[in-house]
Each structure stands twice: as C-alpha cells, then as structure tokens.
Design a protein around this ligand. Structure first.
Ligand SMILES: [Zn+2]
Length: 262
C-alpha cells in the first residue's frame, strides 16, 4: 500500500519535472524508481530529504542559468538531468532507503542516506553558486594554480561556503527528522560528511575524472564525444569511463563512509 502511494507520488513529481524540462525522458524514468523506493519504503522523512535536494538544485540551476550560459560548454550535460545524473546523485541513497525494508531498526541507514544527499546537495550548490565568486577558482590539488570558472577540480571561497550551506540544510533536516528523535549530533555529522564528500568530488575532478579538450575552442571540457560547438573532443586526463555521474556517485559514497566512521 505504502509502495503504491510512493509510486503514485513519484510518478506525479517526475512527470511535472519532465514537463518543466528539468528531467529528460530517461531521467524521469530513473526518478520514478528512485522516488518510489525512497517514498514507498522509507516514508515521509526520507522523501523530505530527497525533495529538498531535488527542489533546491532545480531552483539553483534555473536561477543561475543566465549567468552560467557562457560556461555550459564546460559541463558534460545541460540543464535537463538524464538517468545517469539521477542515479549518480540518487542511486546510493535509494539503496540505503531500500535496505530499511530488511533492517527497519538500523539507525546507520538513515545516517548513510542523509550523508549521501548532503554530499550531492553540497556539490550541486557549490557548482551553481560558486560561479558568483568574484575571482576565478584554484585547483584543489594545487592552490597556486588559478583556473577558469567551471573547471573540474577548481574550488573557491563562495563555492566552499555554498557547499557548507547545502550540506547543512540536509544535515539539520536529518537531525530534526531522525527516526531516533531529534539529534543535533546527527545534524553535525551529516553536515560534516556532506562537506567532505563535496571536497572529495573536487579532488576526483582534479585527478581521475575524464576531462577532454576542444581543439576548435581551445578549451577544457567534460563533454564527450562532441563539444557544444560540434567539434569532437580529445581526452587529456583522467580515466575514460570515470565521467561526472561516477564522480557524483563516489562523492556520495565517500560521505556515507565518513558518516559511518564518526
Ligand atoms: Zn568547441
């Protein structure tokens, strides 16, 4: 019964997001699966965390679209989220919510679930709000190296502050809605895990993420096989299979590991 209600709510939200062009067709199908498990197996507290991530990231992406229009060539995908992005951000959270069907009283599942969402939320906020930083970012692996805005692995003051805000919003909600009763320890640990997860995301972006170069525009980009200008891009660093979706997945996994250790 709960599962059917979850499916119905997830279907309505995914359809609305598809109509609003926030999700592609494959993204909407993946969102129905993610939403059905998180709403239907987890329940309202779990759904509120997921929706907080979904709504704030959608609003931020739309708000800063204009400002970022010159940067979109850097990012591997446009504003419409596809299945890879939905699962990269929400796949692991879905797994933890689903596991509560088998281990309903294990408090670690709520912590791991919240930490994953805190990390992907922190990463999204940092990406969207980081462009407001008045100075260009610096590489996380080499603070002396100034890079163009939008470069994978680049960090800035505003971006890091935004990451903290994104992690803290999910962290506080996780503490207030905790199945074990209100817990400020949960709020703090989830926030910390989320922030560390997003920094790990930048570290991967600077090292092993697949990064390409467009010979026509002479620019670094995540886009493959074609740049926004239509020219085929050439890989210049990273692991070929390790695209942005895997980076997001690893960012959430890192946060789940951190929260299980604190
Ligand atoms: Zn180009």
């Amino acid at each position: 019964m709960k599962l059917a209600a979850g499916f119905f709510i997830a279907l309505m939200i995914a359809f609305a997001a598809f109509r609003a062009r926030s999700l592609s067709r494959s993204g909407a199908i993946a969102a129905v699966v993610v939403g059905t498990v998180i709403f239907g197996v987890g329940g309202w507290p779990w759904a509120i965390l997921l929706l907080t991530f979904f709504v704030t990231s959608t609003v931020l992406t739309r708000t800063f679209k204009q400002r970022k229009s010159g940067l979109s060539e850097k990012f591997s995908k446009g504003g419409q989220r596809d299945a890879g992005q939905v699962l990269g951000n929400g796949g692991l959270a879905t797994l933890f919510a689903g596991l509560t069907a088998f281990y309903p009283d294990d408090p670690r599942l709520w912590l791991a679930f919240a930490a994953v969402l805190a990390a992907v939320n922190a990463d999204t906020w940092a990406t969207e709000i980081g462009v407001l930083n008045p100075y260009p970012p610096r590489m996380i692996t080499n603070p002396k190296k100034v890079v163009e805005q939008g470069t994978s692995g680049g960090i800035s003051f505003f971006g890091t502050l935004a990451a903290l805000g994104g992690a803290a919003l999910i962290g506080v909600l996780a503490g207030v809605l905790s199945p074990q009763g209100i817990s400020w320890t949960t709020a703090v640990t989830v926030t910390l895990a989320g922030l560390l997860g997003s920094l790990f995301d930048s570290l991967l972006g600077a090292t092993v993420q697949a990064i390409y170069h467009c010979p026509t525009c002479d620019k670094e980009t995540e886009r493959f096989p074609l740049h926004t200008c239509g020219t085929p891009t050439v890989q210049i660093r990273g692991w070929k299979w390790f695209n942005n979706d895997w980076v997001n997945f690893a960012c959430g996994a890192f946060a789940a590991i951190v929260v299980s250790m604190i």
